[in-house]
Write a protein that binds this ligand. Sequence first.
Ligand code: BG6
Length: 486
Amino acid sequence: MPFKKDFLWGGATAANQIEGGWNLGGRGPALTDVTTGGTVSEPRKITYIDKDGNPGFITRLQKLPEGAHYAVLDDCLYPNHDGIDFYHHYKEDIALFAEMGFKVFRMSISWSRLYPTGMEEEPNQEGIEFYRNVFRELRKYNIEPLVTIWHFDTPLYLEETLGNWKNRELIDLFVKFARTCFTEFRGLVKYWLTFNEINNTINFLPDNMPDEAFQEAYQHLHNQFVASARAVKIGHEIDPENMIGCMICGITYYPHTEDPKDILFNRYKWEKGIFYCGDVQCFGYYPTYAQKLWNEHNVKLDITEQDLIDLKEGCVDMYTFSYYMSMSVTTHKDAASASGNMVRGTKNEYLQYSDWGWAYDPDGLQYYLEMIYHRYERPLMVVENGLGAFDTVEADGSIHDEYRIDYFRKHIASMKKAVENGVDLWAYTTWGPIDLVSAGTGEMRKRYGFIYVDKHDDGTGTMARSRKDSFFWYKKVIESNGEDLD
Ligand code: BG6
């Protein structure tokens, strides 16, 4: 059997994409609560009121105008406000995960549910109770929670008043939040991830952005590295059983041509996009190539002596990552472009693409697993993998999602090969085991789930849950510990 006897099969979600209840139970707002829906071609917008009281919009890469405040506008639709209402449906959802045989469920904690502005001295007890109830419900079915402390989810107050992660003050505020999580949920949770897809801060930035944007992004990352390291140390002190991981957006980069310039360019892509964050969090210091990356954009980081000690003392126990696709890159100007999960590159003629343009490449997962394991030699978890697709509900309510089964079948087969080749893989949590709000586009129709949720992009729907064909298929996969993929 290639997969370990106690291999953790399950699914992964994020608070802001499933919970809803955005203003219930004492929760404060986060950036997603002032972010509208979008599509593959129409970016999501962030809404505000300017200093003269006029409404306005910015996109993710733009700055809030001077004197403006983030605001919920009357005539906009905010898909994350209701999510899929996990806040009220969690018992039903967990029962469905248990029916599939889940061993693990990845979820995140909304920072502003515990600390509504991020500045409070004491956490919001109602928020703590909510998560305790969810963890107890999971434990009732012997499902291990795997908890992401930060999944793109900073309290809006901190975004607006402190300028988010470019400000060092966020480190202490995050550490307070993380300490609360480790203390309050001790004995209920032992698998933790500090920052979701931490490398995206750099990956999202187009190369032609001004140096100032890179200065902020690298400082933002440095502050998160330190916050993560300090959280890891505290997590171990509070409970030595805790296993705490980094979480990297895993993209397998390929050179588009055999031009040596492309081969070198591709290697640099791995360093900047993938290794930079993994190296700091796994090895506890900046790699030698970091200086080259900073020089490219005249970046000067504010790094204290204590930061360097913290990084060293707070190395992660495991490396976890998302994997959706590979990306080809080139120095040649004439290649057809492709993009997905916010990264840009070129079209690979050997691959097929989803309706949202994401490459379909199971071999890339094997490549990534083997490459990363040989670099870090510590336990790995694939904590996101999945296909966002349109689903059709038949007249009798059934949903025949063979395309999704095919995607998972091939990716699990690739994982199996990597494990046979010596990779120490502990877990596989598919992204969105239940349909949820897309992070990139805010859509519901980009569905990932084994479980269908009757909610639509215009905000209508009953929120009723139903089983797709893939639900029964994944149940069989789990029952057979990954042997039966038919
Ligand atoms: C990952 C994120 O980038 O990809 C998730 O961690 C996200 O939050 C997932 O939902 C899929 O992306 P999208 O844009 O299809 O929701």
